[in-house]
Design a protein around this ligand. Sequence first.
Ligand SMILES: Cc1cc2nc3c(=O)[nH]c(=O)nc-3n(C[C@H](O)[C@H](O)[C@H](O)COP(=O)(O)O)c2cc1C
Ligand code: SF4
Length: 537
Amino acid sequence: MIFYIPQDTTALALGSEAVARALQTAGIEPVRNGSRGLFWLEPLLEVTTDQGRIAFGPVAAKDIPSIIDALASDPASHVLYQGEVAEIPYLKSQQRLTYARAGLGDPVCLDNYKSLNGFKGLKKALQMTAQQIVDQVKDSGLRGRGGAAFPAGIKWQTVHDAGKDGCQKYIVCNADEGDSGTFADRLVMEADPYQLIEGMIIAGLAVGADQGYIYLRSEYPLAHKLLNIAIDRAVQANFLGENIQGCGKTFHLEVRLGAGAYICGEETSLLESLEGKRGMVRAKPPLPAIEGLFGMPTVVNNVLTLAAISTILAEGAATYQNFGMGRSRGTLAIQLAGNIKCGGLIELAFGVTLREVVEDYGQGTYSGRPIRAIQVGGPLGAFLPESQWDTPMDYEAFAAIKAMIGHGGIVVFDDTADMAAQARFAMEFCVVESCGKCTPCRIGSVRGVEVIDRIVANENRDNNLILLHELCDTMEFGSLCAMGGMTPYPVRSALAHFPQDFLLQEAAGASLQDTAGASLQDTAGAASQETAAQGEN
Ligand SMILES: Cc1cc2nc3c(=O)[nH]c(=O)nc-3n(C[C@H](O)[C@H](O)[C@H](O)COP(=O)(O)O)c2cc1C
Ligand code: SF4
């Protein structure tokens, strides 16, 4: 029997280290695997038996003696028995491409990685020309998973074509993962780091870059440690360094730690930080693909984008692009967090609805109370009321309702949430995290907090509502980057769909429309429709 107990950050936070020690006390040396992302079952103990790989969870150290007893007689009789891991519905119903290996074994064991199709994509890439690799990425339909959803193949083509022959180029992996409720990048780095490394090597071959950097948020110390071990072992095995696998190509890779600023996730700010400067946003153009790190052509991609590359090369562009809907191809790493019963990582083809995710997978709120609002896409994402939960998770469908998928993070709120407080929080977040370069964001967010405070205090409310909308317009259309540009999304959606939290019961009716301009009327109209849809008021 082989025992597996995860060592990823979530499992550790939930006590997996104590479980590992209890196993050792019982004379069992467990494999420390990565999590499968079923966080509501962590620590999830897995055991290989004649019936397959079975699971118990959530396990505490005190449960180990009784589990060992049950394993000797009837495992299914144990109260924490979850059956065969692969048959747990939450996992079985997923379409796992990026997370296919997550949790299967020791994440930094190179032999384990190779035995599970690892480096299959790289081996194929080594037989191809740079242009053929870029074409595969284009054909896959892969769009950047960091938020902006820009086609990865077009970005790579730009870097491939940029600069003179032999000019220095870079691959930069954006592992700053600062959005609320997100952990998909971390899970790749902690559960399957070679996959990211493989994707970055392939990117280097495709665009002619021989140096890569992973820009990692400092709050991820375990990912940092595991990435460094994996990079060392990949160097030893000649998957990194000079003359990779005898192909004559070179690719070096290093990890750099960020210092905890949300804006350093924005790609140009990230590049400034990597260069050792303060993380300030650069005006575009020039694009990083033309003038990026140290002024040289640079691919900046998210962890998930680069991780998908090894699958695309291994299984073929057509296989990848067969998943999804519309222009959103492949699979989406959905991170289910907030007030949710069964939080975790769910990988599914684009097109699943938000309702299916929160109700079928999430099983409703942790508190057991009704869900009131769902925020998708991080702290700058809109708050979606129930009337919008049937929207399929597709970049265009979300844009059509003035929302965004972003990095796929979903945060659920129950009916006790105060949405005016959440709108204020969005503005305050922008105050704290703004890089300060442009006025609409730097000053606008400070004024935004003040105006919301005045509205909630019922101080000159009608005029302040007009002011808030004008301020949101200024931030949306006048900011240099999406930090200031998208802060109005959560604010406007909270106002439109939850007006009662701004003491606007009557605002859904006549009084607001009497006093406000066009955009305010839009909000009030949407609000009254929404209130009617919810059967409230
Ligand atoms: C305020 C702000 C924060 C961002 N944070 C991240 C982040 O943490 N990780 C990320 O990959 N992209 C982030 N982005 C998006 C990046 O600027 C960039 O679009 C992305 O890294 C490109 O990679 P992709 O094409 O693979 O998505 C952020 C953008 C903004 C405006
Ligand atoms: S919008 Fe905000 S974060 Fe972006 S450049 Fe302007 S001040 Fe900086």
